[in-house]
Design a protein around this ligand. Structure first.
Ligand code: SF4
Ligand code: FES
Length: 374
């Protein structure tokens, strides 16, 4: 068995079930059905294995993790394994009693997603009437209990003008951190590039607003930022580098190097219920395929940034140029960069294209049918 430095964080996708229907959902087109989800005991075992491997934090995510009836037991199991626990939630499905039970189970941190800064925008994007009011109520309960809070906002062409208010809201809620992530086009989100792609001007404005807020709110609020990479010159260091700092477990137990890895068709994944996590991390084909830099092609192979960004995102290279080992076309050194830029401008120029809402198992239509704005 080869020794590889251990991961720091694990994303536990407890379920793909979700009351919301966000068009930018990055979960796969084919979602895991409830009957395929790991049991409470399987997850508890996975948490123990993760802690033994060296993982320090677990991000409990979905779908909507509150859709799991055993969420409190899962948090208790993760804490008992010695993991720092972060719940990533829309807030829908939580009430005050359940939040208090999560507190008693040892939940360390909550990350609340924000689809818009008012009910009109948030409920349109989430496809769920009443979702925004519910979220505001949940944020008050979170504050009363005293959970450390991060507000998580996905920006796109329709809501980018609300960024200043989102930052204000984070301060009003007492959040310690806001994660401002411009929409990434993985999974379902690819269907909505015309409807969601920000314009180049919007992308520049978001960077300016974030810079100004970081200076003004130093010591009050940490502002994390994922820029609109289709409009950037260099790609992001996706997952901190493939197989270096994190791993994901899908609802059915498949262990993935990143949440979109199943879009790379030649990768084979192993299940945490069948193969020890330590063996999957160290020796599996999927984790070793794009680890380090020996797999790289030119221009990455001889580029001095190759250990800075590891050639960008493998899943994006797969989706956009059909080769997961290619340079991420976001990079200006990629032969596909010019075409990507042109396509981004074309998507962004496509006016008020209708949203294609996320649907999946147990959810074949959205709760609120919302007409496209404009
Ligand atoms: Fe990164 Fe590859 Fe571009 Fe160099 S050529 S900056 S390693 S993506
Ligand atoms: Fe898979 Fe970036 S999302 S490597």
């Amino acid at each position: 068995m080869t020794a590889v430095p251990p991961p720091i964080a694990m994303l536990a996708e407890l379920t793909h079930r979700c009351p919301l229907a966000c068009p930018y959902c990055s979960n796969p087109i084919e979602l895991a059905r409830q009957a395929m989800e790991l049991s409470t005991e399987d997850w508890s075992d996975a948490f123990r294995q993760a802690a033994a491997l060296g993982v320090l934090q677990v991000h409990l995510s979905g779908g909507e993790p509150a859709s799991r009836r055993d969420l409190v037991d899962l948090v208790a199991a993760a804490r008992e394994a010695g993991l720092y626990t972060n719940l990533i939630t829309s807030g829908v499905g939580l009430n005050e009693g359940r939040l208090k039970a999560l507190d008693e189970a040892g939940l360390d941190h909550v990350q609340l997603s924000l689809q818009g800064t008012d009910a009109a925008m948030a409920d349109e994007i989430g496809g769920y009437r009443g979702g925004f009011d519910r979220k505001m109520q949940v944020s008050r309960w979170i504050g009363n209990i005293g959970f450390p809070l991060t507000l998580n906002v996905v920006l796109h062409r329709r809501n980018l003008h609300q960024l200043p208010r989102a930052i204000e809201l984070a301060v009003e809620m007492g959040a310690r951190r806001i994660e401002v992530a411009t929409v990434q086009f993985h999974g379902w989100a690819l269907k909505n590039r015309d409807a969601l792609m920000p314009t180049r001007e919007q992308a520049k404005e978001a960077t300016r607003i974030v810079g100004e807020a970081r200076t003004r709110l130093k010591g009050v609020l940490v502002v994390d930022y994922v820029p609109a990479d289709y409009h950037e010159d260099y790609p992001k260091r996706c997952m901190g580098g493939w197989g270096t700092t994190g791993l994901n477990i899908a609802p059915d137990g498949l262990v993935l190097p990143c949440h979109a890895a199943q879009t790379i068709p030649h990768l084979a994944f192993e299940n945490v219920t069948e193969t020890p996590l330590v063996a999957i991390w160290n020796d599996s084909m999927a984790f070793n395929m794009y680890r380090g830099d020996s797999w790289m092609q030119e221009p990455c192979k001889s580029c001095d940034r190759r250990t800075v960004d590891f050639g960008g995102c493998r899943c994006q290279a797969m989706a956009l140029v059909g080769d997961a080992a290619a340079t991420d076309p976001v990079c200006m050194k990629s032969p596909h960069h010019g075409a990507l830029r042109e396509r981004a401008e074309a998507h962004a120029g496509n006016g008020d294209s209708a949203l294609t809402y996320r649907v999946g198992p147990g959810k074949t239509s959205i709760d609120t049918v919302v007409e496209p704005a404009g």
